[in-house]
Design a protein around this ligand. Structure first.
Ligand code: SF4
Length: 508
């Protein structure tokens, strides 16, 4: 139950758990709340007027974490009249009214299909002094029609589809995010252009299965065409996408990647297991041979491609021989990095009730062997780049040790993390003319001097530095906003808080 707010605009904070979908949804939640007149509370302020949890349901202990956080907020709310707590995302879609039964101090529960209702639900809960729970079974509007407060000046997510038509047995996405809904290509390209007009240099096209994009409007080649159309957008320097699905991956996409200059030669393609028996139990309808065949074709067309993946270890019924097959495929695929996950039961998924659940120590031991195997390959792949010149898009928050080492960090075109020396006067705040400072969003060319399994270092003077409009915006503390209606230009807004945390959810 809440009371009227004190004077002045109400403040909000969004806490995000889970995958990129959730991170992007949180950008929309922020955009919606700001359009409704809320202002973002400072990061350190743990006492905002509205606290939104954007939850994830893929981890076994996701609900413990949520209810733990809600429990901590209960006394905070008691001391702060007018404070409201909202819970959205996959766990809200799953648990619905149970959330307010277990935590009656929660004001609003909203699902993955009705993010746009959040401001109205908050208002209604305040007016009625009662909790509002609203969960829809399917999308009312495509989420990209909602206003979005972007977290980055130089890179943006653009949704091409939501939901998934597959039924992988470890995954909760189909039951919580519904069937695949594809967005029209014209709308997607308008959003990309709007971001580029704001100075954004890189977009990541986002869908649970980008390779089935177009299934809804009957064009199996729609994704390749979309990549090529992105190639015509002037000022767009890098195009990425996540995630492809080996089952639906077609050769025209490889050709589009190779022939469209701004599409990056990086591919994050979830493997999940190298054993055909385990893939069958996961209900993933490709086999290891097909997976490796796609990689061969990608490397034939783009020898410089960096290939990354997701792998689950310890799926129910996985034998030592199955696991060794995963190691074989990982070695053969030469991944430049892999997100590795220990299988854990996700309530509501078919795999959670399968026979053959493995003891924790078996899963742990295999997991450690897999990490060692992947690191060996990724380190060998990275060492091939020593002495090469790479183009780095300078990033925020990618180099935890940068302060200590005096470097800055960013991503190469192939997605690799590069920590680079800036040369005298190169870092913002260094003595010397500010025009020489390298800002997040700028582009630097530099030569790789050292390779580690998870990153590259470049310790010579940068070979070139290009100031960009994204760098200007970062320096001025501005972030792009897309307005939701895709006509007209987005406006520039207030300084951004640091990006929301993100973890892989292995859901592809
Ligand atoms: S793992 Fe990916 S492809 Fe499989 S059901 Fe989940 S979202 Fe769809």
């Amino acid at each position: 139950m809440t009371t009227a707010a004190a004077s002045g605009p109400r403040t909000y904070q969004v806490r995000t758990y889970g995958c990129q979908m959730n991170v992007h949804d949180s950008e929309r939640i922020s955009g919606l709340l700001e359009r409704a007149g809320y202002v973002r509370a400072a990061e350190a302020d743990d006492n905002p007027d509205v606290m939104v949890f954007n939850t994830c349901a893929v981890r076994e202990n996701a609900d413990n974490r949520l209810y733990g956080n809600l429990g901590h907020l209960r006394p905070v709310k008691a001391r702060h009249p007018g404070m409201q707590i909202a819970v959205g995302g996959c766990l809200a879609q799953k648990d619905r009214g149970d959330i307010v039964r277990r935590a009656p101090w929660v004001d609003v529960v909203f699902g993955t299909h009705n993010i746009g209702s959040l401001p109205v639900l908050l208002e209604r809960a305040r007016h009625n002094a009662a909790a509002e729970v609203e969960i829809l079974e399917s999308l009312d509007v495509f989420p990209s029609t909602l206003p979005t407060r972007r977290e980055s000046t130089y890179a943006g997510w653009v949704s091409i589809s939501v939901g998934c038509n597959n039924t992988c047995t470890f995954c909760i996405v189909p039951s919580l995010r519904g069937k695949e809904k594809d967005r029209r290509p014209g709308d997607i390209l308008s959003e990309v252009r709007a971001l580029v007009d704001e100075g954004v240099l890189e977009v990541t096209l986002l869908g649970q299965n980008v390779n089935s994009y177009g299934v809804e409007f009957g064009d199996r080649l729609a994704f390749g065409k979309l990549l090529r159309a992105c190639g015509d957008i002037e000022g767009l320097e890098r195009v990425r996408f996540t995630s492809p699905h080996p089952k639906d991956f077609t050769d025209d996409v490889i050709a589009a990647m190779a022939e469209t200059p701004n599409v990056c030669h990086s591919l994050h393609m979830p493997l999940q297991s190298g054993s055909d028996d385990v893939l069958r139990a996961m209900r993933r309808s490709y086999r290891a041979e097909r997976y490796l065949g796609i990689i061969d074709k990608v490397r034939a067309a783009m020898p410089d491609a960096a290939i990354t993946t997701d792998i689950i270890v310890g799926f129910p019924g996985e034998t030592e021989a199955d696991f060794e097959r995963t190691l074989d495929v990982a070695r053969e695929a030469r991944f430049s990095s892999a997100f590795t996950f220990q299988y854990s039961k996700r309530p509501g998924t078919p795999a959670a009730t399968m026979d053959g659940q493995l003891p924790k120590q078996v899963v742990q031991e295999r997991y450690e062997r897999l990490i060692a195997c992947v690191e060996e390959t990724s380190w060998a792949e990275n060492r091939k780049l020593v002495g090469e010149t790479v183009e780095v898009l300078v990033a925020v928050g990618e180099g935890r040790k940068d302060e200590r080492t005096g470097r800055m960090s960013g991503r190469a075109r192939d997605g690799r993390l590069v920590h680079f020396a800036t040369g005298a006067g190169g870092r913002p705040g260094d003595a010397g003319p500010p025009a020489g400072h390298i800002r997040p969003g700028d582009i630097v060319h530099t030569a790789i001097t050292y390779a580690a399994p998870h990153h590259l270092n470049a310790d010579g003077e940068p070979l070139s530095h290009r100031r960009t409009r994204a760098g200007d915006a970062a320096e001025a503390g501005r972030v792009p906003r897309t307005p939701g209606v895709l006509l007209g230009l987005p406006t520039i807004g207030a300084p951004a808080a640091p990006p929301a945390p993100t973890t892989g959810c292995a859901a592809h």
